[in-house]
Design a protein around this ligand. Structure first.
Ligand code: UD1
Length: 418
């Protein structure tokens, strides 16, 4: 089993290039199912989650070519066959449930095993199925699987009780080739939703309002071959490097940022005493100086992202004072705090809240990644801990961070995957 070894205490310096967003690429890969023609996606990051989806499409007899040198991913779903309900690959990853919408659009039925993914909460699918129902799609949940069927998908108004990212994407994709108009109310506003709509529209879909709470999809009869498509930068990876600068008292240049998408991070870091200057797609983060404690509540976008919660927590362990985090999106997202406490952090969890009492020093320890972003938090803590930190179970981290070790090494960190 691979592990990450970090020897703490080094200041970072230099520039880092941010990859394309994992959470954009995954739904975009799935959306190619809607259009049986060769489609090129550019700058695709080499990530375990991407590999799982590529293997899933190959299992379904799609032609997939991924050049790890250029980052060009070419997918042709012309020969797509129906999905096997027992597919191990579906169980591996939550995002594979997004295959439902496009599959229903292509075949009128889809039976898959219940989705897996990071262990950060119950992650139900009721909102996906509620949306499908509004479009005329009937679903049945069996033991460990879900089966949906429809004769013809017909557009309708869908109200989401909660602005779920996955449900918004699944419903949007199933409505692209539907008869008539679909309106999603209380839709998720995450930038990755906007990006998926941009991709679908590049193939001739008619989607407006994506990125806002009300999305309209006018069904079209067919899609055309799109131009090669480049998804947006990864705001969570960028945020992780912003915090890497802050926690190590360093000044870093981050290439590949969108200021608007990073607003919650920029504002919270400012409260901590960290200044970020953005020029175009480039950000300079001055993380030198003492860190002030801050309170954080995770919210759907444009609120503070749940995916940044653990990473900020690791920095707040060394802030001068007490910070409080309230996690409002996933109920089980504090497992990493026990690991941080092994390194000398002082975090107490009470229900949705984590109380972080700042301490002067962290100490290297043997810890394990409990989920993707929690794993990243441990690596950041390792950068400043006295001595050696060993992070086990790093397959979680490799799911979502492209070359994290290599990028940190380039900035001067003493980090290796062994
Ligand atoms: C996506 C992101 C993930 C991020 C999350 C929230 C991808 C691949 N993953 O996950 O990184 O942390 O958004 O920003 O893009 N819910 C229901 N019923 C449903 C669906 C969701 O109750 O049918 C609840 C979930 O339990 C959770 C909340 O809605 O409490 C948000 O989940 P959702 O936005 O769907 O997250 P994902 O799409 O799984």
């Amino acid at each position: 089993m691979e592990k990450i070894i970090v020897k703490g205490g080094k200041r970072l310096q230099g520039e880092v290039d941010i990859s394309v967003a994992k959470n954009s690429v995954l739904p975009i890969i799935v959306a190619t199912i809607l259009n049986p023609t060769p489609i090129v996606i550019k700058n695709v990051p080499i990530l375990e989650d991407v590999t799982v989806l590529i293997n899933l499409l190959r299992e379904l007899e799609c032609e997939v070519n991924f050049s790890q040198i250029t980052g060009d991913l070419i997918i042709d779903t012309s020969n797509l066959k129906e999905v096997d309900a027992n597919s191990e690959l579906i169980r591996k990853m939550r995002a594979s449930f997004l295959i439902m919408g496009p599959m229903l659009s292509r075949f009128g039925r889809c039976k898959i095993s219940m989705p897996g993914g990071c262990n950060i909460g119950s992650r139900p699918i009721d909102l996906h199925l509620k949306g499908f129902k509004c479009l005329g799609i009937d679903s049945e949940i069996g033991y460990g699987y879900v089966e949906s069927k429809v004769k013809k998908i017909v557009g309708n108004r869908v109200y989401l009780d909660f602005p779920s990212v996955g449900a918004t994407e699944n419903i949007m994709m199933s409505a692209v080739l539907a008869e008539g108009k679909t309106i999603i109310e209380n839709a998720a506003e995450e930038p990755e939703i906007w990006d998926l709509a941009r991709f679908l529209n590049s193939m001739g879909a008619r989607i407006t309002g994506a990125g806002f709470g009300r999305i309209t999809i006018e069904g079209v009869k067919s899609l055309r071959k799109p131009e090669p498509f480049t998804p947006i930068f990864d705001r969570i990876e960028a945020g992780t490097f912003m915090v890497a600068a802050a926690i190590t008292n360093s000044k870093l240049t981050i290439n590949g940022v969108n200021e608007q998408h990073l607003m919650p991070n920029i504002e919270k870091l400012k409260e901590c005493g960290v200044h970020c200057i953005v020029e175009g797609n480039r950000m300079i983060v001055d993380g030198t100086g003492e860190k002030k404690p801050v309170d954080i509540k995770t919210m759907p976008y444009p609120g503070f992202p749940t995916d940044m919660q653990s990473v900020f927590a690791s920095m707040l362990t060394i802030a001068k004072g007490t910070s409080i985090i309230v996690e409002n999106i996933f109920e089980n997202r504090y497992k990493y705090t026990q690991e941080l406490n092994k390194m000398g952090a002082k975090i107490t969890v009470e229900g949705k809240s984590a109380i972080i009492r700042g301490t002067r020093k962290l100490y290297g320890a043997d810890v394990k990644a409990t989920d993707l972003r929690g794993g990243a938090a441990l690596v950041l803590a390792g950068l400043i801990a006295k001595g050696k930190t060993q992070v086990d179970d790093i397959e979680y981290i490799l799911r979502g961070y492209e070359k994290l070790d290599y990028k940190l090494q380039n900035l001067g960190a003493n980090i290796n995957v062994e």
